[in-house]
Unconditional design. Sequence first.
Length: 357
Amino acid sequence: MNSTSPGALNTRQHFQILDGLRGLAAICVVIFHFAECIIFDYSKLFIGHGFLAVDFFFCLSGFVIAYAYDQRLEKIGVWQFFKRRLIRLHPLVIIGAILGLLGFLFDPFSAIDQTYSIGKTALLFLSTLFLIPLPIMEDRYFNLFGLNAPAWSLFWEYIANIVYVFVLYKINRKYLPALLLISAIGLIYVAYTSGNLAGGWSGDNFWQGSARISYSFLAGLFIYRSNWILKNNLGFLGLSILLIGAFIAPHFSFNWLTELLIVLIYFPLLVSLGAGATISKGKAICKFLGDISYPLYMTHYWALWIFVGYLNTYKPDSTTLTFVVIGGVIFLILFAYLIMVLYDKPIRKYLSNRNQK
């Protein structure tokens, strides 16, 4: 284990492998969402634990936020922190809401929009735009954000950022293990009582999201502040295999325990290994995956609802479905890349320049 102090990491080291793993996890989320549209029983899916990618994101977020701001938040101030986070995160929240609205209104396989008044549709759009949970769409399983379902994790990400600034940034490092233990107990309770860790995205399981973000964000924070950076030579390929292994792990009778161990122990370990891994090959692919990870996550779900309509209308055979899903994943990756190049990066550059004036 590296014995360097946490402050010494602030030589602006860039964790390229963690970027690559984040992008890989985003692609796995997209594949999982396609798969669950076909077979809703996760135990029968080849990537039945794909939703746990969100917990991996949360753990990465805790690590990265601590790395980026622990040593300079006092200098830049709270207001500047929030502005920077909004510039980083909210442009894609906005485009995700717009795409969700367009997909809702112009879905070629569904007329669901005709059952909603203009006022109700506008309310759904505004709630998604400003990340105000509004689980009122019964035909979309009461998603917190009916027009862009993945926005639920961004809601909790924003909550975690607020708690970081006003509580976690100031708290003494010696108290972190106690907070981590309390959050772990909460996560254990959720996993045991629900039978899984798939909640947080709908009105019925809203508070489960707090347990998921609390533990994983704190774990990432703890890894950075305790400097649990495990030096290794696994490289991007080796760590990618380990990450995918978590998503394709088979379901057992004690499935809740499997998912619990993945989130409690396995993901923090992967973050530690990813931060300490050396990279000689694959830098370009890691950069590409890291760049498209957030755009892909926030701009893919409009296509999933259209895919559901396609399934219900045409009921394609397994061969056709295979080609459609593969084509859909590739299309959404390319689409996310275009969103990043034509919208996200220019908007963030413009806003960042304005913020510096």
